[in-house]
Design a protein around this ligand. Structure first.
Ligand code: HEM
Length: 258
């Protein structure tokens, strides 16, 4: 039986399917933490392959290994992956695993929200990478986002980015951003209200302090980023003009929000 706050011991007779299922449905903070770090490392490998491909092209002057359009896609996917799918999940995963142990709580404050956050992150990442096969973009049938991880306006407008690849970038970051927000709320709640008796904030170890400050920063920054993504989606899909300078919008607004 699962003991809250402890990774569940798996009976050795369990089939592989049952083991995978037990991880997928788990709300245990240690398992979720390990899965966050595991997925982060997986995407570290993917972004590393993208980096290696870019370095291979850049190794010799005049090399024709990778065409310019693919290079744009590679650095966009590499940058986006490293920032949102490697840095964020590894940080949140370590927080998930360690914070309840270090503050003496049985689990995170909202275990199911915790699992929801992880799977939102995974789904967002899949959406982003689905662009490789799903976007009927400028370059034929496969086009990953190519607007840079910063996606500056007006590069992201329909005029300069006519296919669907930028929409996948927006949706992928938005969905995984919701995951980060839920995990930040969970960490803040755990640290503020679930510390064991006697552990005042000033007696709390440094790592939970770091996670508390980082989670507050995530709560300040990510909703703004998510709002900016929603505005960009409205611009691209419904003809809104937030970032469209020709219609009175502001390209600099994107830079402020981003
Ligand atoms: C050995 C490791 C790495 C290598 C060889 C590498 C290589 C590269 C290369 C070649 C570019 C494109 C430069 C260009 O032509 O514009 C790039 C861009 C970038 N890298 Fe890395 N990188 C590495 C690790 C990382 C890590 C650990 C992070 C972040 C945590 C990161 C984040 C970025 C970002 C944000 C960009 C800009 C992407 C853009 O312009 O859209 N990289 N990297």
């Amino acid at each position: 039986m699962a003991i809250a706050g402890h990774a569940e011991a798996l009976p050795s007779t369990m089939t592989l399917g049952a083991r995978v299922h037990s991880w997928v449905v788990s709300v245990d903070h240690k398992r979720l933490g390990m899965m966050y770090v595991g997925f982060g490392l997986l995407f570290f490998l993917v972004a590393g392959i993208e980096a290696a491909a870019m370095r291979a092209q850049l190794a010799r002057a005049g090399s024709q290994l990778i065409d310019p359009a693919t290079f744009n896609q590679l650095f966009t996917m590499h940058g986006t992956t490293m920032v949102f799918l490697v840095g964020m999940p590894i940080l949140l995963g370590m927080g998930n695993y360690l914070v309840p142990l270090m503050v003496g709580a049985r689990d995170m404050a909202f275990p199911r929200l915790n699992a929801f956050g992880l799977w939102l992150f995974v789904f967002g990442a899949l959406l982003l990478y689905y662009s490789y096969i799903g976007a009927q973009g400028l370059y034929g049938t496969s086009a990953a986002p190519d607007v840079g991880w910063f996606a500056y306006a007006p590069l992201t407008s329909r005029t300069y980015s006519p296919g669907n690849s930028t929409d996948y970038w927006i949706l992928g970051i938005m969905v995984s951003g919701f995951g980060s927000i839920t995990t930040a709320i969970n960490l803040i709640a755990t640290i503020l209200v679930m510390r064991c008796p006697g552990m005042t904030l000033l007696r709390m170890p440094l790592f939970p302090w770091m996670m508390l400050v980082t989670s507050v920063l995530v709560l300040i920054a990510v909703p703004v980023l998510t709002g900016a993504q929603a505005m960009l989606l409205l611009d691209r899909s419904l003809g809104a003009h937030f970032f469209d300078t020709e219609q009175g919008g502001s390209a600099v607004l994107w830079q402020h929000l981003f």
